[in-house]
Design a protein around this ligand. Structure first.
Ligand code: 6GU
Length: 233
């Protein structure tokens, strides 16, 4: 899979991926991540990428021209399955969306800043909008990193068996059960007896019961089909 990320802060994303498990996936050629500085597609001495909003509101808006030029340059090289714009005013990102994105071949992720991008970018160039949660962060870079990480780790061969994506929280709409390692007792705090029993069947049952219990307590909506139905893609 190939992911092209358009940003005005390529260094931020580069350092994140260089220090993450995703770097291994790139070394193994499971995924290719290419960073592009939108400023390289801006015109004029100042290579301007943002401008005042026509509405007169405070805050700068990212201009359409450098973004369009960057996207067209990429599209000339290959076909893209999606042009993704991370933004807080979109449908929430879920594991289901990550699963779907992981089946694609080429995607572009456009990182917005300031007050966002000119609406015409969203109307004519973007094919998929994603919010990573109901809060605001300062730019799309962290969101692009979240999306990229969650998608790349699903690719065959990207991560080791121990961290296999199949046993993740959310893959079955359940949160993960608790995990323990040695020592079996620390300061009087004990690992549940069942985990020390060696009875694989009982342990499997216990883990499932714990997962259901935790999900019911913290995220009851996850068990409700309607709420988990994904409408993002
Ligand atoms: Cl994608 N961007 C920003 N700035 N804030 C967010 C977000 C994205 N998703 C949730 N909050």
């Amino acid at each position: 899979m190939r992911i092209d990320i358009l940003t005005i802060l390529p260094g931020l994303i580069e350092s994140f991926f260089r220090h993450s498990i995703i770097n291994r996936a790139m070394e193994k050629r499971v995924a290719e991540i290419h960073l592009h500085d939108i400023r390289d597609y801006a015109k004029g001495k100042h290579r301007q990428v943002d401008d005042y909003a026509f509405s007169g509101d405070a805050g700068m808006v990212m201009m359409i021209e450098p973004i369009d030029r960057a996207i067209q340059a990429l599209k000339k090289e290959r076909d893209y399955d999606e042009v993704i714009y991370p933004t807080p005013d979109a449908k929430p990102y879920t594991q289901k969306t990550a699963n779907k994105l992981s089946t694609l071949k080429n995607i572009i992720i456009l990182c917005g800043h300031y007050k966002g991008v000119d609406q015409r970018v969203r109307d004519h160039l973007v094919t998929c909008e994603i919010s990573i949660g109901d809060y605001v962060i300062t730019g799309g870079e962290l969101a692009a990193a979240v999306i990229t990480d969650s998608v790349v780790r699903l690719l065959p061969g990207a991560i080791s068996d121990e961290t296999s994506a199949l046993t993740d929280s959310f893959q079955d709409n359940l949160l993960s059960p608790p995990v323990y390692t040695r020592p079996a007792e620390y300061k009087g705090w004990k690992v549940p007896d069942i985990l020390l029993s060696g009875n694989r069947e009982e342990i499997f049952k216990w883990k499932h019961e714990q997962a259901v219990k935790i999900t019911n307590k913290l995220r009851p909506g996850l068990l409700d089909e309607e709420e988990t139905k994904d409408k993002t893609l």
